[in-house]
Design a protein around this ligand. Sequence first.
Ligand SMILES: *Cc1c(COP(=O)(O)O)cnc(C)c1O
Length: 411
Amino acid sequence: MKISGVDVEFLKQKYNTPLYIYDEEHIIKNMNGYLNNFKSNKFNTEVLYASKAFCVKEMIRLVKQAGMSLDVVSLGELKTALAVDFDMSKVYFHGNNKSVEEITCALENNVGTIVVDNYMELVTLENLCQKFQKKCNILIRLNVGVEAHTHKFIVTAHVDSKFGVLYESIEYNNMMDLIRNSNYINFKGFHSHIGSQIFDLQAFSAALEKLINICKNFSQPLILNIGGGFGVKYVDEDKPIPFDVVSKTLIDECEKSLEKNNIQIEKLCIEPGRSIVAEAGYTLYTIGGIKKTPNKLYYFIDGGMTDNIRPALYQAKYNADIIGKEDMLKSQIVTVAGKCCESGDIIIENIPLPKAIKGDLLITHTTGAYGYSMSSNYNKALTPAVVFVNDGKDKLVCRRQTIDELLEREL
Ligand SMILES: *Cc1c(COP(=O)(O)O)cnc(C)c1O
């Protein structure tokens, strides 16, 4: 099997397994899919990459080259953007519990917009703005109460969500009072993020409708950011909506709703993460053992929940192939299990695969989002290397962690 003209067996020889492989051209195509279609002549638009989905320097360089903006949620993600000289005016800083250190770093580096989650955070921000004599643009994260139809663990917009404030709640009103009296805080609009791996655009339309209704109460045109969460194809049952349709539908709905309500907005933003990188990513493993139990056939791989926590965390489904046997009869019903000391360390349950032998390579598809970024050192597993491939060339963008690096922090 080749990815963007590079043989994966060659990648195994060169970089060993487990290995994260990204098709660079595919990432670029995805970014342009949004950038070219999420446009309106009624208001400005902005597409942000939600960096938490996959955040390494080379990825953020691609985002920069594409001319996209960036969403960061931590000091680490912010520092990654700084490390590649990302234009800080195009950075949005999210998070429900930003530390003094994080906000200070954002202010010092003139981060374009801080998305404020709650009243206490706004107080901290106001104090730090005073201390450093800096002004700051903010969006307020609203909980618009729209629930997207996806796995309940990834839904964020129920009324008791840890994210955002409810419109006209006491907390919200306190925030607006503070803003009115502040010489530093420049309120620009609202943000909402209704969940992840969403296939139903009506969920976004509903959230957008709520935000637009709220805009009616403001005299200045606001910025609305309707978050990310667009679904991707992990397995055959998943039917994602193409980028151009997602983009055009959202723009269209927004234009119509603005016209109907006779108001204007300054800008509409979206912030896809998963749908930029998921399908461009693969994880390559070596099968080290095969075991039959009374009811199961296991293929043991040399990685597992340490490089892909999603199946254990929320029963995420994946597709896989055995390298060199892609066209062979899938005669076995297999459980693909990792090597961690945890019964839940299963990457795929009951997948039809060809007969394999020890040493075969197994590749899982659509692992580009929340794989590397959620990887852990459980059992002191080493974080795998990340390689980008493009048009027959391979490029190491993050080398494999070493045991020395793991141990050097321990005193
Ligand atoms: C996670 C997140 C995103 C991206 O979600 P995806 O499902 O990866 O597209 C965007 N905005 C916010 C605020 C998020 O928390």
